[in-house]
Write a protein of this length. Structure first.
Length: 85
């Protein structure tokens, strides 16, 4: 079907939507920094490490109160983003 919209607006909108919905395939953190918490740089390291693996398995074990739950949540949010276009 030909795009007869002004300036190929419909086609550009379709391509933009398609690109934005494509799941990321790298080890960058896309969602973790958007949550409402005081992020510490070390809390992103477990997610980065797991995303570099072909199968994401990681043990997060550190001192009490350093944010293991946040670290796990960052990783889970990134995995969900990759799975759902």
């Amino acid at each position: 079907m030909d795009d007869v919209s002004s300036g190929y607006r419909a086609s550009r909108l379709y391509l933009d939507t398609f690109i934005r919905q494509a799941p990321p395939v790298d080890e960058k953190i896309y969602l973790g920094q958007k949550a409402v918490f005081d992020a510490m740089p070390f809390q992103f390291q477990p997610a980065r490490q797991a995303l570099q693996q072909p199968r994401q398995r990681i043990l997060i074990a550190d001192s009490v109160g350093l944010g293991k739950t946040l670290e796990a949540d960052i990783l889970v949010s990134e995995l969900i983003k990759q799975a759902i276009p």
